[in-house]
Design a protein around this ligand. Sequence first.
Ligand code: SAH
Length: 249
Amino acid sequence: MTNSTIPILPEMAEIWQQTLNWQPNEQQQQKFQQLYELIVVGNQQLNLTRITDTEEFWEKHLWDSLRGIAPQGKFIPSLSENAAVIDIGTGAGLPGLPVGITMANSTITLVDSTRKKINFINETLIQLTLTNAKTLIGRAEEIGHHPQHRKTYDVALIRAVGNAAVCAEYTLPLLKQGGLAVIYRGNWTEEETKSLQNAVNQLGGVVELVDQFTTPLTNSIRHCIYLRKVVNTPPDFPRAVGIPTQNPL
Ligand code: SAH
């Protein structure tokens, strides 16, 4: 597909309003469209996403990304007052890019271990003239020990990277005390909350909220798990590269 044949995303102003009490302004809508086009074109070279239909992209990528930073439908307050946000395993820039486009006062660091994906995002940041986002190539297990990143962030986002205990181990070390990790999930059960609790405690966090919601177009059930960092993460976490996934807490 060339850019001129790429369809226009739906605006869905009413649904944004009803679900998040917010609507994108013209500039934000334009950036969502540009992001969509860059992802569709980028998909020809890179395996970025299997979701390219306009409505599906709107729901599963744009809306889902923003619903995660709005527990129970209200945006996390710190995001409107220059919060430091990190998105671990961002892939094509999700959820971090929609969050960056929406929250102009926050700074978003987009992390992925794959250079090709980060190259794609760097190009996207230029095209979108997005100045409140930056990229970082690396593994969460290493970045979590880097003094420039450990205990530095107010909000950490993670979607489709691994099981929840792995996500907790990747995100909690990066948070300041009082910071919030958002784990984006599809299905979720009570038992999973129980088994996650032990991992989260070891990492200095608590499970603050399990938010269940239905997506507005296809009524699919999704969950976001919110972890609050309450005390320092012990220095042995995150464990060495590969260990969190091989042997989740
Ligand atoms: N968050 C995106 C992409 C999910 S795919 C979305 O929801 O669409 C998972 C991504 O995480 C891949 O791009 C992979 O390169 C990256 N990843 C996996 N393990 C990682 C790690 N330990 N540190 C950093 N990135 C990781």
